[in-house]
Design a protein around this ligand. Sequence first.
Ligand code: NBP
Length: 474
Amino acid sequence: AQARIGVTGLAVMGRNLARNLARHGHPVAVHNRTTARTRALVEEFGHEGAFVPAETPEEFVASLERPRRLVIMVKAGAPTDAVIDGFAPLLEPGDMIVDGGNAHFADTRRRERALREIGLHFVGAGISGGEEGALNGPSIMPGGSVESYEALGPLLEDIAATVDGTPCCTHVGPDGAGHFVKMVHNGIEYADMQLIGEAYDLLRNASGLAPAEIAEVFRTWNGGRLESYLIEITAEVLAHTDAATGRPFVDVVLDRAEQKGTGRWTVQTALDLGVPVGGIAEAVFARSVSGHADLRAASRDLPGPVPSRLEDAAAFADDVEKALYASKIVAYAQGFHQIQAGSAEYGWDIDPGAMATIWRGGCIIRARFLDRIRAAYDADPGTPTLLTDAHFAEALGDAQDAWRKVVATSARLGVPAPGFSTALAYYDSLRAERLPAALTQAQRDFFGAHTYRRVDRDGSFHTLWGDDRTEVTA
Ligand code: NBP
């Protein structure tokens, strides 16, 4: 045995992760179903560190120190099961299989259970940051047993991104916890991108700014509390000119957003857990709407408001900054609510502040803002919502007039802003002393005898709507 850890699956992610390990001085065994990839890796990057190439699974397993640490980086779904089924019989009790792919957490739970029964540790590890992150330092969200983290943690923390000396990797919790958190991370990423898209769209269509001018606005924002990787790259994209046509690059890109599915999983899971994640859901639906070319073509001539432009672009940009910050707080609060609900449902005992900490580097949503979230959980680990944290509550209070103006302007001018609108509606729903849910309950009792509770007495009640409308105890 010569390798401290092994990586099987050497497409872009696995190859870069193996190089990252090797560059950090960890001898790494490398294996891929198609052996040409293994050879290409060693030929091209062999000088970067100690690679131990293996042509067969048996050779690969034999080259690993015990207990063995084997990382799978193959396509999520059936390929992952095929690889696990191929390797598990070659391993011994105490060995660890890490799945670094984008698995659904329910699959991870199933695989963990099955492998635990034969004495193997299975670690579902969310890895964020794409190929660049895998090579230079991703954010890593490993689940699985405490023992497996003791053996794997130092290696993973070594290759993860670091912010202020703290690695962007920590043990998330048992079985599927790591992949669950990675899923919600991606859902939050959808929401963040949607909100940024709406800010751009409003500045363009309500104020009439050109993409290059909007790039400047985003650059300014990136110097403040919105400072983040996503704001930074947005400015880069908006400032870019298409070489072929000389037009703003954003204008030559087909406006149909695609998705790989983790946003959808986040919303599906939130529905199952009963957690309101409107910001993430609207972001997923917004991508879906954009992709329905026929629906959009059929609707293009529907009437809209008389076109008009706002006069004071600078003042509106300030309002949009506030609306964006407030909506972002809401979207993250919803995502963290989902993490806490998942943690309670599955008994994971996830520390939400630690999740904010490991997202500060390596991943797409890295941002200064995450320090605020960590501080909020430090101040009150049991808070039911981030919105009531002193800093966030003050920011929301300061933003709310502008936020309302921006949502009203979007409605008045006919520029869609579903992310901003749903965030504001969520905020106002939580603030409301009474919600029309009372009427909903009364309607349900009327048509289906579903019963209701009263504000002034305990118990369940039903009104005899079709009869003399007396109230009976249900
Ligand atoms: P892909 O998702 O494109 O998968 C390609 C790899 O899977 C190749 O090594 C391929 O082997 C292997 N593979 C397949 Br497909 N079926 C197999 C089977 N039945 N048995 C053995 N190996 C099989 O690679 P990727 O883009 O590097 O992503 C790897 C994982 O990381 C995925 O789960 C992905 O969702 C996740 N992820 C990707 C990114 C990203 O930015 N790309 C970011 C974060 C997470 P072959 O060479 O023999 O065909």
